[in-house]
Write a protein that binds this ligand. Structure first.
Ligand SMILES: N[C@@H](CCC(=O)N[C@@H](CS)C(=O)NCC(=O)O)C(=O)O
Length: 436
């Protein structure tokens, strides 16, 4: 598919859209109509055909091409979203066309519309990628609603069941793989624990590009991804469809992938970090317990408030679609930040050691001033206005391997360019300076 994007990237967009509008033409006719050389149009069409986007039929001495609209629409949506620098997701619209003097029913063709409107994003529906669900689903009162993660098996040292009886799979070298986005705060948690536990070799990582385009997260190197050496797919949704054919649901990072079973073990970050805390301990993981039994009750209590009002709270503020929903979210967020600042009398949030409570807060703090303060309107105060929280974030960033998990470019690019409904121009701000 990457070849298709590369080929398409070299074709003026109006010509690609013109392909769409002419459902059945010979290469020669297309070339003549759009002022392109026949070899170059044939080359594009044959790439599109290899990718299953057009079919061809030889009639007499001519080859006629017919587009496969669903596949092509998906691909072009991805193309325009990811390649056009300020492109919006394609909107379907009608276009009447004349063919051989007979007015025929219009093809539904996408157009590249930079004029504003609501961003949409995708999910799998009965195993098929669709991209017309809202970026941030809200309830009737304008409150952002986060979907539940759908894969909840548990990685343990020996394959025993998880803490609440979840199906267990045994830790092993060279069996599991982590799929992440460097932009995503939830995925970032898993990278921090992976670094602290020294799991770089035991648990390799694949990184999606920062833009969540019309095909969702992409591995394509052209869009900042690392490629997918494990499954060779271009988009994360293909992995989900492979893991659970016919599934309906969101396609999110992080993903803990089982290479042996060719399936997803778990896609819930709070659970993945808990697994990584101990699962590889017999296989050479570094010492370190970030969920010690004597502190669990307190960690759980801090996590619950931080998740609701801080980690997810910034999204609730940023994706609110009513003033009331925003007001509630933003005040709850800053009440919690004030509360955290007050309770941070020592180095760490719970007890006198680093725990997952700190790690879970950390990935939100890193993004706070560069993204949430402006993009999500969380601007009552900045992280820099909270000396203890800032010091906590800097303390964690200074732990071995953690600085390498922070990529501010990808973080800013992702948020400011993927959420076109709240930042329609896609412009990424230059500042502010942050200590990470
Ligand atoms: N509860 C999940 C949330 C993960 C999540 O929402 N990830 C975002 C990126 S920051 C995502 O992949 N979103 C894609 C989508 O919503 O379609 C977790 O903590 O692992």
């Amino acid at each position: 598919m990457q070849r298709v994007f590369e080929a398409l990237a070299s074709v003026p967009r109006r010509k690609i859209l013109a392909y769409l509008a002419h459902a059945e033409l010979s290469a020669g006719e297309i070339a003549a109509r759009f002022d392109m050389s026949k070899p170059s149009i044939s080359q594009h069409l044959s790439i599109l055909e290899t990718a299953g986007l057009v079919s061809s039929e030889k009639r007499g001495q001519f080859v006629y091409y017919r587009l496969v609209p669903d596949n092509l629409t998906n691909t072009l949506n991805g193309f325009v979203q990811e390649v056009c620098p300020v492109g919006r997701p394609l909107k379907r619209e009608s276009a009447a066309r004349r063919d051989g003097g007979t007015r025929r029913r219009a093809e539904r063709v996408p157009s590249c519309d930079h004029s504003g409107g609501e961003s949409t994003m995708g999910m799998l529906q009965d195993g098929v990628w669709t991209n017309d669900t809202p970026v941030a689903p809200t309830d009737a009162s304008g409150n952002f609603q986060r979907a539940e993660s759908g894969f909840r098996d548990w990685l343990t040292r020996d394959g025993a069941a998880g803490p609440d009886g979840q199906a267990g799979v045994p830790a092993a070298a060279d069996r599991y793989h982590l799929y992440v986005s460097l932009a995503c705060p939830w995925a970032h948690r898993t990278l921090v624990v992976r670094a602290l536990k020294g799991l770089e070799t035991l648990l390799p990582v694949t990184v999606v590009g920062p833009l969540m385009g019309a095909q969702g997260w992409s591995f394509a190197e052209a869009f900042g991804g690392t490629g997918d050496p494990v499954n060779g797919v271009d988009h994360l949704h293909q992995l989900y469809a492979m893991a659970r054919p016919g599934m309906t649901g969101k396609v999110t990072v992080p993903v803990l992938w089982d290479k042996q079973a060719r399936g997803i073990v778990n896609n819930e970050s709070s659970e993945i970090i808990r697994m990584l805390n101990t699962a590889f301990d017999d296989l050479g993981a570094k010492p370190g317990d970030f969920y010690p039994s004597e502190l669990r009750e307190e960690i759980d209590a801090v996590n619950a408030r931080v998740y609701d009002t801080v980690n997810n709270g910034v999204y609730r503020a940023g994706f609110a679609t009513t003033q009331d929903a925003y007001d509630k979210a933003v005040h709850a967020l800053f009440d919690s930040l004030d509360w955290l600042e007050d309770r941070l009398t020592g180095e760490w949030l719970v007890g006198d050691r680093l725990t997952e409570a700190d790690i879970r807060l950390f990935t939100t703090l890193v993004r706070f001033d560069p993204v949430y303060h402006g993009h999500f309107k969380c601007n009552i105060r900045r992280l820099l206005d909270y000396p203890r929280l800032r010091a906590l974030a800097e303390r964690i960033a200074a732990l071995p391997g953690v600085a390498d998990t922070i990529d501010l470019d990808q973080i800013k690019t992702h948020y400011y360019r993927s959420h076109k409904d709240i930042n329609p121009t896609g412009i990424v701000p230059a500042g502010p300076a942050v200590p990470f």
